[in-house]
Design a protein around this ligand. Structure first.
Ligand code: NZQ
Ligand code: ZN
Length: 396
Protein backbone atom coordinates (compact mmCIF):
# COMPACT_ATOMS: atom_id res chain seq x y z
CA UNK A 1 0.00 0.00 0.00
CA UNK A 2 1.44 3.35 -1.10
CA UNK A 3 1.04 6.43 1.10
CA UNK A 4 -1.44 9.05 -0.07
CA UNK A 5 -3.16 12.32 0.73
CA UNK A 6 -6.67 12.73 -0.59
CA UNK A 7 -9.33 15.41 -0.67
CA UNK A 8 -12.39 15.67 -2.91
CA UNK A 9 -14.47 18.68 -1.97
CA UNK A 10 -17.52 18.01 -4.18
CA UNK A 11 -20.85 17.43 -2.44
CA UNK A 12 -23.07 14.86 -4.19
CA UNK A 13 -26.84 14.47 -4.25
CA UNK A 14 -27.67 11.16 -5.91
CA UNK A 15 -31.09 9.69 -6.67
CA UNK A 16 -34.56 10.31 -8.06
CA UNK A 17 -35.55 13.96 -7.80
CA UNK A 18 -32.10 15.12 -6.61
CA UNK A 19 -32.39 18.47 -8.39
CA UNK A 20 -35.93 19.19 -7.18
CA UNK A 21 -35.10 18.14 -3.64
CA UNK A 22 -31.77 19.91 -3.12
CA UNK A 23 -30.72 22.43 -5.75
CA UNK A 24 -32.66 25.49 -4.62
CA UNK A 25 -31.40 25.09 -1.05
CA UNK A 26 -27.79 24.53 -2.14
CA UNK A 27 -27.86 27.62 -4.36
CA UNK A 28 -29.70 29.85 -1.90
CA UNK A 29 -27.40 28.86 0.97
CA UNK A 30 -24.43 30.29 -0.95
CA UNK A 31 -26.14 33.57 -1.82
CA UNK A 32 -25.59 33.43 -5.60
CA UNK A 33 -27.29 36.08 -7.74
CA UNK A 34 -26.69 35.18 -11.42
CA UNK A 35 -25.98 31.74 -12.89
CA UNK A 36 -24.68 30.90 -16.34
CA UNK A 37 -26.53 27.68 -17.26
CA UNK A 38 -24.40 25.76 -19.76
CA UNK A 39 -25.94 23.08 -21.99
CA UNK A 40 -25.08 21.01 -25.07
CA UNK A 41 -27.04 20.26 -28.22
CA UNK A 42 -30.54 20.08 -26.77
CA UNK A 43 -30.94 16.71 -25.02
CA UNK A 44 -31.48 18.41 -21.66
CA UNK A 45 -34.46 20.33 -23.03
CA UNK A 46 -36.08 17.06 -24.04
CA UNK A 47 -35.49 15.05 -20.85
CA UNK A 48 -36.72 17.65 -18.36
CA UNK A 49 -33.40 18.26 -16.60
CA UNK A 50 -33.03 21.84 -17.84
CA UNK A 51 -36.57 22.75 -16.75
CA UNK A 52 -35.88 21.32 -13.29
CA UNK A 53 -32.68 23.37 -12.99
CA UNK A 54 -34.32 26.59 -14.14
CA UNK A 55 -37.16 26.04 -11.65
CA UNK A 56 -34.69 25.45 -8.82
CA UNK A 57 -32.69 28.57 -9.68
CA UNK A 58 -35.85 30.61 -9.86
CA UNK A 59 -36.99 29.26 -6.48
CA UNK A 60 -33.62 30.35 -5.05
CA UNK A 61 -34.06 33.85 -6.48
CA UNK A 62 -31.18 33.43 -8.91
CA UNK A 63 -31.23 34.94 -12.40
CA UNK A 64 -30.42 32.32 -15.05
CA UNK A 65 -28.54 33.17 -18.23
CA UNK A 66 -28.53 30.27 -20.69
CA UNK A 67 -25.57 29.32 -22.89
CA UNK A 68 -26.32 26.37 -25.18
CA UNK A 69 -24.54 24.55 -28.00
CA UNK A 70 -21.50 23.01 -26.29
CA UNK A 71 -20.18 20.39 -28.72
CA UNK A 72 -19.21 16.78 -27.92
CA UNK A 73 -15.40 17.08 -27.61
CA UNK A 74 -16.00 20.65 -26.41
CA UNK A 75 -14.20 23.41 -28.25
CA UNK A 76 -12.18 26.18 -26.76
CA UNK A 77 -13.96 28.70 -28.98
CA UNK A 78 -17.23 27.95 -27.14
CA UNK A 79 -15.44 28.30 -23.81
CA UNK A 80 -14.14 31.76 -24.72
CA UNK A 81 -17.57 32.93 -25.88
CA UNK A 82 -19.26 31.67 -22.70
CA UNK A 83 -16.59 33.20 -20.45
CA UNK A 84 -17.29 36.53 -22.10
CA UNK A 85 -21.02 36.10 -21.36
CA UNK A 86 -20.14 35.35 -17.71
CA UNK A 87 -18.18 38.58 -17.42
CA UNK A 88 -20.80 40.64 -19.27
CA UNK A 89 -23.69 39.30 -17.18
CA UNK A 90 -21.80 39.30 -13.89
CA UNK A 91 -22.36 35.57 -13.30
CA UNK A 92 -21.24 34.38 -9.86
CA UNK A 93 -22.14 30.72 -10.49
CA UNK A 94 -21.92 28.32 -13.46
CA UNK A 95 -24.35 25.40 -13.70
CA UNK A 96 -23.58 22.64 -16.21
CA UNK A 97 -26.55 20.53 -17.34
CA UNK A 98 -25.53 17.67 -19.62
CA UNK A 99 -22.76 15.19 -20.25
CA UNK A 100 -19.01 15.25 -19.82
CA UNK A 101 -18.54 17.67 -22.70
CA UNK A 102 -20.88 20.21 -21.14
CA UNK A 103 -19.40 19.76 -17.66
CA UNK A 104 -15.85 20.00 -19.01
CA UNK A 105 -16.63 23.14 -20.99
CA UNK A 106 -18.27 24.60 -17.88
CA UNK A 107 -15.12 23.97 -15.85
CA UNK A 108 -13.03 25.75 -18.45
CA UNK A 109 -15.57 28.59 -18.50
CA UNK A 110 -15.29 28.91 -14.71
CA UNK A 111 -11.52 29.29 -15.03
CA UNK A 112 -11.55 31.47 -18.15
CA UNK A 113 -14.08 33.90 -16.64
CA UNK A 114 -11.47 34.71 -13.99
CA UNK A 115 -8.54 34.90 -16.40
CA UNK A 116 -7.39 37.81 -18.49
CA UNK A 117 -6.61 36.05 -21.75
CA UNK A 118 -7.75 33.22 -24.03
CA UNK A 119 -8.83 29.95 -22.41
CA UNK A 120 -6.35 27.99 -24.53
CA UNK A 121 -3.51 29.64 -22.59
CA UNK A 122 -4.90 27.95 -19.46
CA UNK A 123 -5.21 24.60 -21.24
CA UNK A 124 -1.57 24.78 -22.31
CA UNK A 125 -0.44 25.77 -18.83
CA UNK A 126 -2.85 24.58 -16.13
CA UNK A 127 -0.78 26.26 -13.40
CA UNK A 128 -2.14 29.62 -14.61
CA UNK A 129 -5.56 28.73 -13.15
CA UNK A 130 -5.43 30.77 -9.95
CA UNK A 131 -9.16 31.24 -9.44
CA UNK A 132 -12.47 30.06 -10.90
CA UNK A 133 -16.18 30.69 -10.62
CA UNK A 134 -17.99 28.07 -8.52
CA UNK A 135 -19.55 25.23 -10.52
CA UNK A 136 -22.58 23.02 -9.94
CA UNK A 137 -23.27 20.11 -12.29
CA UNK A 138 -26.32 18.10 -13.25
CA UNK A 139 -24.89 15.11 -15.07
CA UNK A 140 -27.18 13.41 -17.59
CA UNK A 141 -25.02 10.51 -18.85
CA UNK A 142 -23.04 7.76 -17.13
CA UNK A 143 -19.58 8.21 -18.61
CA UNK A 144 -16.78 10.55 -17.64
CA UNK A 145 -17.06 11.16 -13.90
CA UNK A 146 -16.46 14.86 -14.60
CA UNK A 147 -19.15 15.65 -12.04
CA UNK A 148 -16.84 14.36 -9.31
CA UNK A 149 -13.36 15.39 -10.42
CA UNK A 150 -11.22 18.45 -11.03
CA UNK A 151 -10.43 17.89 -14.69
CA UNK A 152 -11.75 18.92 -18.08
CA UNK A 153 -10.70 17.99 -21.60
CA UNK A 154 -10.86 20.76 -24.18
CA UNK A 155 -10.38 20.60 -27.97
CA UNK A 156 -8.81 23.06 -30.36
CA UNK A 157 -9.82 22.07 -33.88
CA UNK A 158 -7.52 24.63 -35.47
CA UNK A 159 -4.45 22.89 -34.07
CA UNK A 160 -5.82 19.30 -33.86
CA UNK A 161 -5.23 19.26 -30.11
CA UNK A 162 -7.33 17.88 -27.28
CA UNK A 163 -5.78 18.48 -23.87
CA UNK A 164 -6.62 18.21 -20.18
CA UNK A 165 -7.28 21.22 -17.99
CA UNK A 166 -6.81 20.22 -14.36
CA UNK A 167 -6.86 22.35 -11.25
CA UNK A 168 -8.06 22.11 -7.69
CA UNK A 169 -10.12 25.23 -8.46
CA UNK A 170 -12.27 23.13 -10.78
CA UNK A 171 -13.92 20.64 -8.43
CA UNK A 172 -17.69 21.18 -8.69
CA UNK A 173 -19.11 22.61 -5.47
CA UNK A 174 -22.19 20.40 -5.70
CA UNK A 175 -23.20 17.75 -8.25
CA UNK A 176 -26.71 16.41 -8.72
CA UNK A 177 -27.15 12.91 -10.12
CA UNK A 178 -30.63 11.72 -11.05
CA UNK A 179 -30.54 8.39 -12.93
CA UNK A 180 -33.91 9.22 -14.54
CA UNK A 181 -32.17 11.87 -16.67
CA UNK A 182 -29.96 9.16 -18.20
CA UNK A 183 -32.88 7.10 -19.50
CA UNK A 184 -32.97 9.14 -22.71
CA UNK A 185 -29.30 8.55 -23.59
CA UNK A 186 -29.37 6.77 -26.99
CA UNK A 187 -27.77 3.30 -27.27
CA UNK A 188 -24.61 4.53 -29.01
CA UNK A 189 -23.81 7.01 -26.26
CA UNK A 190 -24.88 4.60 -23.53
CA UNK A 191 -22.29 2.15 -24.89
CA UNK A 192 -19.63 4.85 -25.30
CA UNK A 193 -20.27 6.07 -21.75
CA UNK A 194 -19.92 2.59 -20.27
CA UNK A 195 -16.73 1.94 -22.23
CA UNK A 196 -15.31 5.25 -21.01
CA UNK A 197 -16.16 4.41 -17.41
CA UNK A 198 -14.63 0.95 -17.79
CA UNK A 199 -11.49 2.45 -19.26
CA UNK A 200 -11.06 4.77 -16.27
CA UNK A 201 -11.03 1.76 -13.98
CA UNK A 202 -8.90 -0.36 -16.30
CA UNK A 203 -6.30 2.44 -16.39
CA UNK A 204 -6.14 2.21 -12.60
CA UNK A 205 -6.23 -1.63 -12.52
CA UNK A 206 -3.42 -2.51 -14.92
CA UNK A 207 -0.68 -1.04 -12.77
CA UNK A 208 2.35 -2.79 -11.37
CA UNK A 209 1.52 -2.31 -7.72
CA UNK A 210 -2.18 -2.18 -6.87
CA UNK A 211 -3.67 -1.79 -3.42
CA UNK A 212 -5.92 -4.76 -2.59
CA UNK A 213 -8.65 -2.29 -1.67
CA UNK A 214 -8.46 -0.65 -5.09
CA UNK A 215 -8.33 -4.06 -6.73
CA UNK A 216 -11.58 -5.19 -5.13
CA UNK A 217 -13.32 -1.88 -5.75
CA UNK A 218 -12.37 -1.85 -9.42
CA UNK A 219 -13.21 -5.50 -10.05
CA UNK A 220 -16.67 -5.02 -8.53
CA UNK A 221 -17.31 -1.88 -10.57
CA UNK A 222 -16.17 -3.50 -13.83
CA UNK A 223 -18.46 -6.49 -13.24
CA UNK A 224 -21.35 -4.14 -12.52
CA UNK A 225 -20.83 -2.08 -15.67
CA UNK A 226 -20.53 -5.21 -17.83
CA UNK A 227 -23.74 -6.61 -16.33
CA UNK A 228 -25.83 -3.45 -16.48
CA UNK A 229 -24.79 -2.05 -19.87
CA UNK A 230 -26.50 -4.90 -21.77
CA UNK A 231 -29.40 -4.56 -19.31
CA UNK A 232 -30.07 -0.93 -20.28
CA UNK A 233 -29.54 -1.68 -23.97
CA UNK A 234 -32.34 -4.29 -23.61
CA UNK A 235 -34.49 -1.99 -21.49
CA UNK A 236 -33.41 1.68 -21.61
CA UNK A 237 -35.86 2.53 -18.81
CA UNK A 238 -34.31 0.08 -16.31
CA UNK A 239 -33.73 2.65 -13.58
CA UNK A 240 -31.84 0.35 -11.21
CA UNK A 241 -29.34 -0.51 -13.91
CA UNK A 242 -29.11 3.14 -15.00
CA UNK A 243 -28.44 4.13 -11.38
CA UNK A 244 -25.68 1.53 -11.03
CA UNK A 245 -23.99 2.75 -14.22
CA UNK A 246 -24.25 6.36 -13.13
CA UNK A 247 -22.75 5.81 -9.68
CA UNK A 248 -20.04 3.52 -11.05
CA UNK A 249 -18.99 6.11 -13.62
CA UNK A 250 -19.03 8.92 -11.07
CA UNK A 251 -16.12 7.24 -9.24
CA UNK A 252 -13.97 6.94 -12.36
CA UNK A 253 -11.71 9.95 -12.50
CA UNK A 254 -11.36 11.50 -9.06
CA UNK A 255 -8.47 9.30 -8.03
CA UNK A 256 -10.34 7.34 -5.39
CA UNK A 257 -9.86 4.05 -7.26
CA UNK A 258 -6.09 4.60 -7.37
CA UNK A 259 -5.49 5.35 -3.69
CA UNK A 260 -2.77 3.14 -2.30
CA UNK A 261 -1.68 1.95 -5.76
CA UNK A 262 1.16 3.04 -8.00
CA UNK A 263 0.13 5.50 -10.75
CA UNK A 264 -0.31 4.43 -14.34
CA UNK A 265 0.04 7.49 -16.58
CA UNK A 266 -3.30 6.58 -18.23
CA UNK A 267 -1.87 5.41 -21.60
CA UNK A 268 -5.20 4.52 -23.19
CA UNK A 269 -6.50 8.03 -22.56
CA UNK A 270 -3.27 9.60 -23.78
CA UNK A 271 -3.61 7.77 -27.09
CA UNK A 272 -7.39 8.13 -27.48
CA UNK A 273 -7.32 11.88 -26.92
CA UNK A 274 -4.95 12.14 -29.88
CA UNK A 275 -7.30 10.14 -32.09
CA UNK A 276 -10.25 12.31 -30.98
CA UNK A 277 -8.21 15.45 -31.59
CA UNK A 278 -7.56 14.53 -35.20
CA UNK A 279 -10.80 12.75 -36.08
CA UNK A 280 -13.42 14.08 -33.58
CA UNK A 281 -14.51 10.52 -32.71
CA UNK A 282 -16.55 9.60 -29.63
CA UNK A 283 -14.15 9.16 -26.70
CA UNK A 284 -15.58 5.92 -25.26
CA UNK A 285 -15.67 4.20 -28.66
CA UNK A 286 -12.03 5.06 -29.31
CA UNK A 287 -11.01 3.76 -25.88
CA UNK A 288 -12.82 0.44 -26.38
CA UNK A 289 -11.08 -0.13 -29.72
CA UNK A 290 -7.65 0.65 -28.27
CA UNK A 291 -8.00 -1.23 -24.96
CA UNK A 292 -7.54 -4.90 -26.00
CA UNK A 293 -4.62 -3.94 -28.25
CA UNK A 294 -2.97 -1.99 -25.47
CA UNK A 295 -3.45 -4.77 -22.92
CA UNK A 296 -1.95 -7.39 -25.25
CA UNK A 297 0.98 -5.05 -25.80
CA UNK A 298 1.55 -4.71 -22.02
CA UNK A 299 1.68 -8.47 -21.64
CA UNK A 300 3.97 -8.86 -24.62
CA UNK A 301 6.40 -6.21 -23.33
CA UNK A 302 6.51 -7.37 -19.72
CA UNK A 303 5.78 -10.89 -18.52
CA UNK A 304 5.84 -9.53 -14.96
CA UNK A 305 2.31 -8.35 -15.64
CA UNK A 306 0.98 -11.91 -15.90
CA UNK A 307 -0.55 -12.13 -12.40
CA UNK A 308 -2.66 -9.00 -12.97
CA UNK A 309 -4.01 -10.44 -16.21
CA UNK A 310 -4.77 -13.78 -14.58
CA UNK A 311 -6.70 -12.05 -11.82
CA UNK A 312 -8.56 -10.00 -14.40
CA UNK A 313 -9.49 -13.07 -16.43
CA UNK A 314 -10.70 -14.96 -13.39
CA UNK A 315 -12.39 -12.34 -11.22
CA UNK A 316 -13.60 -9.80 -13.78
CA UNK A 317 -14.26 -11.89 -16.88
CA UNK A 318 -15.34 -14.96 -14.89
CA UNK A 319 -13.02 -17.48 -16.57
CA UNK A 320 -12.01 -20.71 -14.78
CA UNK A 321 -8.20 -21.14 -14.62
CA UNK A 322 -8.57 -24.93 -14.70
CA UNK A 323 -9.88 -24.71 -18.25
CA UNK A 324 -6.60 -23.33 -19.60
CA UNK A 325 -3.33 -25.11 -20.34
CA UNK A 326 -1.13 -22.29 -19.15
CA UNK A 327 -1.18 -19.03 -17.22
CA UNK A 328 -0.49 -17.16 -20.46
CA UNK A 329 -3.50 -18.80 -22.13
CA UNK A 330 -5.74 -17.69 -19.26
CA UNK A 331 -4.40 -14.14 -19.46
CA UNK A 332 -4.95 -13.96 -23.23
CA UNK A 333 -8.44 -15.42 -22.86
CA UNK A 334 -9.31 -12.66 -20.40
CA UNK A 335 -8.39 -10.00 -22.95
CA UNK A 336 -10.27 -11.87 -25.67
CA UNK A 337 -13.36 -12.03 -23.43
CA UNK A 338 -13.19 -8.27 -22.86
CA UNK A 339 -12.90 -7.75 -26.62
CA UNK A 340 -15.91 -10.03 -27.17
CA UNK A 341 -17.88 -7.97 -24.64
CA UNK A 342 -17.07 -4.77 -26.52
CA UNK A 343 -18.13 -6.42 -29.78
CA UNK A 344 -21.39 -7.62 -28.23
CA UNK A 345 -22.39 -4.05 -27.37
CA UNK A 346 -21.57 -2.74 -30.83
CA UNK A 347 -18.00 -1.45 -30.68
CA UNK A 348 -16.38 -1.36 -34.16
CA UNK A 349 -13.60 -3.86 -34.81
CA UNK A 350 -10.98 -1.21 -35.51
CA UNK A 351 -10.18 2.44 -36.08
CA UNK A 352 -10.26 2.00 -39.85
CA UNK A 353 -14.03 1.42 -39.58
CA UNK A 354 -14.17 5.05 -38.38
CA UNK A 355 -12.28 6.25 -41.47
CA UNK A 356 -8.94 6.52 -39.67
CA UNK A 357 -5.61 5.73 -41.36
CA UNK A 358 -2.04 5.75 -40.08
CA UNK A 359 -1.40 9.16 -41.66
CA UNK A 360 -1.09 11.10 -38.40
CA UNK A 361 0.17 8.40 -36.01
CA UNK A 362 3.69 9.85 -35.77
CA UNK A 363 2.28 13.32 -35.04
CA UNK A 364 -0.01 11.83 -32.39
CA UNK A 365 2.90 10.10 -30.66
CA UNK A 366 4.98 13.30 -30.79
CA UNK A 367 2.12 15.25 -29.26
CA UNK A 368 1.76 12.79 -26.37
CA UNK A 369 5.47 13.16 -25.65
CA UNK A 370 5.18 16.94 -25.69
CA UNK A 371 1.90 17.42 -23.82
CA UNK A 372 0.51 14.39 -21.95
CA UNK A 373 0.21 14.70 -18.17
CA UNK A 374 2.68 11.85 -17.63
CA UNK A 375 5.86 10.84 -19.48
CA UNK A 376 5.82 7.65 -21.58
CA UNK A 377 8.22 6.06 -19.08
CA UNK A 378 5.51 6.37 -16.41
CA UNK A 379 3.10 4.09 -18.28
CA UNK A 380 2.55 0.73 -16.50
CA UNK A 381 5.00 -0.71 -19.00
CA UNK A 382 7.43 2.07 -19.96
CA UNK A 383 6.66 3.12 -23.54
CA UNK A 384 8.70 4.59 -26.35
CA UNK A 385 7.27 6.77 -29.08
CA UNK A 386 7.49 3.78 -31.41
CA UNK A 387 5.33 1.78 -28.97
CA UNK A 388 2.56 4.38 -29.19
CA UNK A 389 2.63 4.16 -32.98
CA UNK A 390 2.63 0.37 -32.79
CA UNK A 391 -0.47 0.25 -30.55
CA UNK A 392 -2.24 2.67 -32.91
CA UNK A 393 -1.24 0.59 -35.92
CA UNK A 394 -2.53 -2.61 -34.31
CA UNK A 395 -5.81 -0.80 -33.55
CA UNK A 396 -6.58 -0.03 -37.20
O1 NZQ B 1 -25.21 17.65 -26.65
P1 NZQ B 1 -26.44 17.01 -26.12
O2 NZQ B 1 -27.67 17.36 -26.89
O3 NZQ B 1 -26.61 17.19 -24.64
O4 NZQ B 1 -26.31 15.43 -26.41
C1 NZQ B 1 -25.29 14.62 -25.87
C2 NZQ B 1 -24.21 14.28 -26.88
O5 NZQ B 1 -24.75 14.22 -28.19
C3 NZQ B 1 -25.86 13.26 -25.55
N1 NZQ B 1 -26.51 13.18 -24.24
C4 NZQ B 1 -25.98 13.45 -23.03
N2 NZQ B 1 -26.89 13.21 -22.07
C5 NZQ B 1 -28.03 12.82 -22.70
C6 NZQ B 1 -27.78 12.79 -24.09
N3 NZQ B 1 -28.72 12.44 -25.00
C7 NZQ B 1 -29.93 12.10 -24.52
N4 NZQ B 1 -30.24 12.05 -23.20
C8 NZQ B 1 -29.31 12.41 -22.26
N5 NZQ B 1 -29.61 12.34 -20.96
O6 NZQ B 1 -24.75 12.38 -25.56
C9 NZQ B 1 -23.80 12.86 -26.50
C10 NZQ B 1 -22.43 12.80 -25.88
O7 NZQ B 1 -22.35 13.75 -24.83
P2 NZQ B 1 -20.93 14.09 -24.17
O8 NZQ B 1 -21.16 15.08 -23.11
O9 NZQ B 1 -19.96 14.40 -25.26
O10 NZQ B 1 -20.54 12.66 -23.57
P3 NZQ B 1 -19.58 12.25 -22.42
O11 NZQ B 1 -20.21 12.43 -21.11
O12 NZQ B 1 -19.11 10.91 -22.78
O13 NZQ B 1 -18.34 13.29 -22.50
C11 NZQ B 1 -17.27 13.09 -23.40
C12 NZQ B 1 -16.21 14.16 -23.23
O14 NZQ B 1 -15.65 14.13 -21.91
C13 NZQ B 1 -14.21 13.97 -22.00
C14 NZQ B 1 -14.05 13.24 -23.30
O15 NZQ B 1 -12.74 13.29 -23.79
C15 NZQ B 1 -15.05 13.94 -24.19
O16 NZQ B 1 -14.55 15.16 -24.65
N6 NZQ B 1 -13.69 13.34 -20.78
C16 NZQ B 1 -13.74 14.03 -19.63
C17 NZQ B 1 -13.21 13.53 -18.46
C18 NZQ B 1 -13.25 14.26 -17.18
N7 NZQ B 1 -13.62 15.52 -17.16
O17 NZQ B 1 -12.94 13.75 -16.15
C19 NZQ B 1 -12.53 12.24 -18.41
C20 NZQ B 1 -12.80 11.38 -19.58
O18 NZQ B 1 -11.78 10.44 -19.68
C21 NZQ B 1 -12.97 12.10 -20.88
O19 NZQ B 1 -11.71 12.34 -21.50
ZN1 ZN C 1 -12.33 8.75 -20.38
Amino acid sequence: MQSFSYYSPTKLHFGAGAVQAHMADEVAARGFKTALVVTGGGSVRRNGSLDAVLAALSAAGVRAVEFSGIEPNPRVTSVDRAAEVCRREGADLVVAVGGGSTMDAAKAICAAAKFDGPAWTLVLDNSLVKDALPLMTVNTIAATGSEYDNGAVISNIETNEKLPLMSDHLWPVVSFLDPAYTVTVPPRHTVAGSCDAMSHFLEQYFVKDISPVAEGLIEGILRTVMRDTPAVLDNPADLDARANLLWASTLGCNGIAALGSRGSGWPCHAIEHEVSAWYDITHGIGLAILTPRLLRFFLEKDAGFLPRFEGFAERVMGLAPTEFDSREALAQAGIAALEAFYKSIGIPAGLSELGISDEHFEAMADHIVAHWVAPLEAFPVPFTKADVVEVLRRSL
